[in-house]
Every structure is written in structure tokens, then in C-alpha cells.
Design a protein. Structure first.
Length: 356
């Protein structure tokens, strides 16, 4: 009997293809599950920026709207005092009467103008307004840089139609106006998209928390990949205080190129402020006189013919030397006494302008 040797058909290729498809499908399923999980988590538990700010599409964040706090605070001497803080539906701490004839003053600033350590009646603009019977409008937000403040001006100038604009500045505004300095600072980072002014005058939205991996994957619409990239970019966390970039800035001043670029960006923003306000007087003051920030700000004010009230920071420092408590518990922002001192000096500067 003849026995034929028959070769069975080889299914190896099919098995390999099937196995590959199974593995690929399993990986894809796992990634989809994780992607859905991250998206649900972000929807259910959005990042809380701060109790006193909330997201804003153009500025990154804004002062929390319809905010009300009534309670006790502690000053730098650890003494308790009562504070009430109220913002309106747009985040203004004070919004005057658009139909009143009194001199209309629009104050813009950062956390010093939001003034979370001063009662409604003790903020610097409330004090100045009471002395001169002014029609006051005041908007400030924690962590704001000069460009964000400019966007507030852009949005509200034509609605408020002020007779005078008051611009409150602080040394950390230079840091906030530079994404490269903000990323290296231990004194406040807000990791959301926020506006920065490029060298060619274009407003671009950047996130100080984004390193090379986040920037590489920014066009991939995946919350999973973004979360992994963000964690890897920020694996070392925010710099420790002894390594914060302000130390380098204060040692080198304008010799330090990133600070020089931040000053140039701030200068361009104030050129925009001056141009936008047109014939409306703009006066400015710096909340402190720390160098090299104070001299750089003074030069910007001089260049753009912005009268600077330099007595405010000097008076605050003089009060500290005499033992008066003008700072809040954080040792940086003013309590009611500090605001009152500022408000009285602001009133002196506003008096000749409001009498015209």
C-alpha cells in the first residue's frame, strides 16, 4: 500500500496576525479606558486655582465673581481683625455709578488691588474715594501680570469711561510677564494657559507648567498623554525658595538676560496701555521699592510719561521702621492700615487731576 505524505496547510502566518491584532486591540482598549478615566476625572474634579480666583478664557483666570468673605484675619503682628470682602458679578471689588457726575477713577492691579486682607471700607481705593468723593472702580486679581491687567483695561475702558486710570504695580509683575522666569519661581505659579506678549507684539497663550514633553504633545488631544507628559515635565516640582529665580534676578539685575527680556516685555505692555488710554491720564505706583525691580519700573514710567507715586512704597517702609503694623499675616500684602496709608497718598496725587 502506498502512503502519501500530505502537508497540512501552515496557519502560522494567520496565528501571528491574529495574535498581533489581539495584542494591539488590548492595548488600544486599555488606553481608551484610561483616556475616559482621565477625562471623567477632569470633568468631575476640575483644578481649583484658588478660593479667590476662577478660570477666564482670555486672561487665564479672573477674580472670583460674586465672592463674599466675612471673618477674621491676622496681621503681621498676629493680631486678629475683622474683614469683609465682596466682589460683584464681574469680579470688581468696587464698581461705581456709571451715571454719576463725580470724577471717575479706574484702579487696576494684582493681589494688592484685590486686597484680600483689607475690609471693603479700608482698601486704598475706598480710602482715596472717600477723601475726594470720587466715583471709584477697582479690579485686581491674585497673580496677575501686566498683560492680564491690560486685558482688563481693554475690556472695561470704553464701558467705564474713566477720567483717570490708576495702575498698581508690584515687583513680581516682571516675573509674571515672563514665562521663562515664572517657571523658575518658587513664589507663585499658576499652571494654566495664560497670555504673554511675544517680542513681535503678539499675544500668545503659554502654560508655565509645560516643559518640552507637554510642548511636544500639545497637538495630541489626549488627556492621558498630557497628564503623563505634565508629570514628567514637573517631576522636580516647584523650585525651593533657596533656588527661586528671584535670587538670581536680585543679584544680577539687568545683567541677567531673562530679566532684561522681562523688562522689555513689560515696557511693550505699558506702551500698549499708554496708547489705549489716549488722552486719559494714567498714574502708577509700585507697591514696594525692592531692587532691581523698582528702578526698572521707574524707567518704564518715565519713558511712557506715566506719573509715578513713589511716596507710597516709601511711606510703607517708613511705617514699618517706626513699628507700625501695615502688613497682613503673609508679611507681603497690606492690612487695612497699609491700605489706608496708600489711599491717603493716592488721594493727594489724584486731587489736582480730579479738580480739572
Amino acid at each position: 500500500m502506498r502512503i502519501e505524505n500530505r502537508r497540512l496547510p501552515c496557519l502560522c502566518g494567520s496565528w501571528h496576525l491574529g495574535g498581533l491584532l489581539l495584542v494591539t486591540g488590548s492595548i488600544a482598549l486599555v488606553l481608551i479606558v484610561f483616556e475616559i478615566t482621565f477625562r471623567v476625572k477632569d470633568a468631575l474634579y476640575p483644578v481649583e486655582l484658588s478660593p479667590i480666583v476662577e478660570p477666564h478664557p482670555q486672561r487665564g483666570w479672573q477674580a472670583r465673581t460674586r465672592y463674599h468673605f466675612s471673618g477674621m484675619k491676622r496681621d503681621a503682628s498676629n493680631r486678629e481683625y475683622a474683614v469683609e470682602i465682596i466682589t460683584d458679578e464681574n469680579g470688581f471689588r468696587v464698581f461705581g455709578d456709571l451715571d454719576a457726575d463725580a470724577c471717575r477713577v479706574f484702579c487696576i492691579g494684582d493681589s494688592f488691588t484685590f486686597a484680600e486682607d483689607a475690609d471693603q471700607s479700608e482698601t486704598y481705593y475706598a480710602v482715596a474715594g472717600k477723601i475726594l468723593d470720587l466715583n471709584m472702580f477697582a479690579y485686581g486679581a491674585q497673580g496677575y501680570g501686566t498683560l492680564q491687567e491690560y486685558l482688563v483695561l481693554e475690556e472695561w475702558l470704553d464701558r467705564i469711561k474713566p477720567d483717570i486710570v490708576v495702575w498698581q504695580f508690584c515687583r513680581n509683575d516682571f516675573i509674571n510677564n515672563s514665562v521663562e522666569l515664572t517657571r523658575q519661581s518658587a513664589k507663585g505659579q499658576c499652571h494654566v494657559d495664560q497670555p504673554y506678549l511675544s517680542e513681535d507684539g503678539v499675544i500668545e497663550y503659554l502654560n508655565p507648567g509645560h516643559g518640552p514633553l507637554c510642548r511636544l504633545l500639545k497637538h495630541i488631544p489626549s488627556r492621558l498623554f498630557y497628564s503623563l507628559a505634565y508629570r514628567m515635565d514637573n517631576q522636580n516640582g516647584i523650585p525651593a525658595m533657596e533656588h527661586t529665580i528671584e535670587n538670581t534676578v536680585e543679584r544680577q539685575g539687568l545683567e541677567y538676560p531673562p530679566f532684561r527680556r522681562a523688562v522689555a516685555a513689560t515696557d511693550r505692555i505699558f506702551a500698549m496701555v499708554r496708547d489705549r488710554c489716549g488722552d486719559i491720564p494714567v498714574i502708577a505706583f509700585n507697591a514696594d521699592s525692592r531692587e532691581p525691580y523698582a528702578s526698572a519700573f521707574t524707567q518704564i514710567c518715565t519713558k511712557h510719561t506715566l506719573p509715578e507715586i513713589r511716596d507710597i512704597s516709601r511711606a510703607i517702609e517708613a511705617a514699618v521702621r517706626t513699628g507700625e503694623t501695615v502688613y497682613a499675616g503673609d508679611g507681603l500684602h497690606w492690612n487695612g492700615a497699609g491700605h489706608t496709608l496708600c489711599g491717603k497718598l493716592l488721594a493727594e496725587a489724584l486731587r489736582p487731576l480730579c479738580s480739572k
